[in-house]
Design a protein around this ligand. Structure first.
Ligand code: PMP
Length: 443
């Protein structure tokens, strides 16, 4: 074993870091094998310690929308870093970014972001949004949907997607029964279940939190009008709708999934607004930055104006703000056209390759996000997703990896394309598909 091998680094990491990783899905638990230890990321490619280059379809789990290490983002980061790494005080850049987000997440007359508060992770954004909803409404209960992932705060780990789904965990140890009991978990895309929950507990429900389009149990777009109905039901009952766009925000379109609905790009989508929206990933351009925003009247409940406390030593960090601002400025409509076109091409190609080998599957799409479920019919909710032939994914994943394509190491994750996925990168993926589809068929 050479000193630069992935095995070497994984063995060493496991001595000092639980499971050898700082985020569980990275450990390849559900696909097996040795995780790749990465040392570089440029454009559509990542490079491991052994010097192998892979076409990347993880994109740092979303942020790298322009491709990794875009030169203009890098330049903005270097300039900001040279001015100062962290001030612990307000900076002009934060206001500029807040203004940019308010403007971008507006469609026609609809301006869902009155104000925006910056934090460092998506987990903090959703955690704060929930506290804010509870503080604003004076209610205790939260509704979430099975298979949706909103970060790892206590209230949100019940039947969560992403790593919790990958590891087949129902939730997490270390969460008190009292906390768990304050989260009602409902099946996704089931408005009857939502109405029944409100019939029973309406006056106690502070908020419904929903991924604007689910993408942490694989991709699973909402049924037509689902989000609008959630908005109507919550409004009628005096509770808030928190739309989690940590993953979809600024990725599926300039104004996120809500923007696609508001502009009727998603059929039958428009005519509603969230009370609060959470952002992460793309908004930080690859550095730790996330945010929550929404109706001014609600946002002003945050300290120092209001009684709901929230703070952060590194909140609005100037280097992260520079990366995020540069990324959003560069994410023009042309970038989204490229992402959509690459997603079209790849999702069709993977589907064709699987069909050619007789592998039953459903192509799951939400804008440029896509994934595949090994089911004969399109899943509607987490139970459907869990019923798939998930064992077909590990051999597919490893065949792609052997051919130099880095896919998400779990069937419960979305595939992420970037604007740097040019013809060369795409054709490397296409070339790898027939063997991978064969491996999935043989599983
Ligand atoms: N919400 C959603 C929809 C997410 O996809 C994620 C992360 N994948 C989070 C929240 C949590 O964000 P973070 O990992 O930055 O804490």
């Amino acid at each position: 074993m050479s000193d630069r091998s992935n095995e070497h680094y994984f063995t060493r990491a496991k001595q000092s870091i639980p499971g050898g990783v700082n985020s569980p899905v990275r450990a390849y638990g559900s696909v097996g094998g040795t995780p790749r230890f990465l040392v570089g990321a440029q454009g559509a490619y990542v490079t491991d310690t052994e010097g192998r280059e892979y076409v990347d379809l993880v994109a740092s789990w979303g942020p790298a929308i322009l491709g990794h290490t875009h030169p203009e983002v890098l330049e903005a980061v270097q300039q900001a870093a040279a001015r100062g790494l962290s001030f612990g005080a307000s900076t002009p850049g934060e206001t500029e970014l807040a203004e940019l987000v308010r403007e971008r997440v507006s469609v026609g007359d609809a301006h869902p972001i009155g104000k925006l508060r910056m934090v460092s992770t998506g987990t903090e954004a959703t955690m704060t949004a929930i506290r804010l909803a509870r503080g604003y409404t004076g209610r205790d209960l939260l509704v979430k949907f099975a298979g949706h992932y909103h970060g790892h705060s206590d209230s949100l780990l019940a039947e969560a997607g992403s790593g919790v789904a990958t590891l087949s965990m129902p939730g997490s140890a270390g969460i008190t029964a009292e906390t768990a009991a304050q989260t009602l978990v409902l099946p996704y895309n089931d408005l009857d279940a939502v109405r029944a929950a409100f019939d029973e507990h309406g006056p106690r429900i502070a908020a419904v939190i929903v991924e604007s389009a689910a993408a942490n149990m694989g991709v699973l777009a909402p049924q037509r009008g689902f989000n609008r109905s959630l908005s109507e039901i919550t409004r009628r009952n005096g509770s808030l709708l928190i739309v989690d766009e940590v993953l979809t925000g600024f990725r599926v379109g300039p104004a996120g999934w809500w923007g696609l609905e508001a502009a009727n790009v998603v059929p039958d989508g428009g005519g509603w607004q969230p009370d609060l929206i959470t952002f992460g990933k793309v908004i930080g351009g690859g550095l730790p930055l996330a945010a929550l925003g929404g109706r001014t009247e609600v946002m002003d409940y945050l300290a120092p104006l209001g009684p709901v406390y929230q703070a952060g030593t590194l909140s609005g960090n100037p280097v992260a703000v520079a990366a995020g601002t540069a990324t959003l400025r560069l994410a023009t409509p042309a970038v989204y056209e490229t992402l959509d076109a690459v997603a079209d091409q790849l999702s069709v190609a993977v589907s064709d390759a699987l069909s050619a080998e007789g592998v039953e599957h459903s192509v799951q799409r939400a804008g440029s996000l896509f994934s595949f479920a090994f089911t004969p019919t399109a899943p509607l909710n987490y139970d459907d997703v869990r019923a798939q032939q998930a064992w077909r994914y590990p051999p597919f994943f490893h065949a792609m990896l052997d051919a130099g394509v880095n896919l998400p190491p779990s069937v419960f994750e979305a595939w992420f394309v970037t604007a740097a996925h040019d013809e060369t990168a795409v054709s490397r993926i296409l070339d790898a598909l027939p063997a991978a589809a064969k491996a999935a068929a043989a599983a």
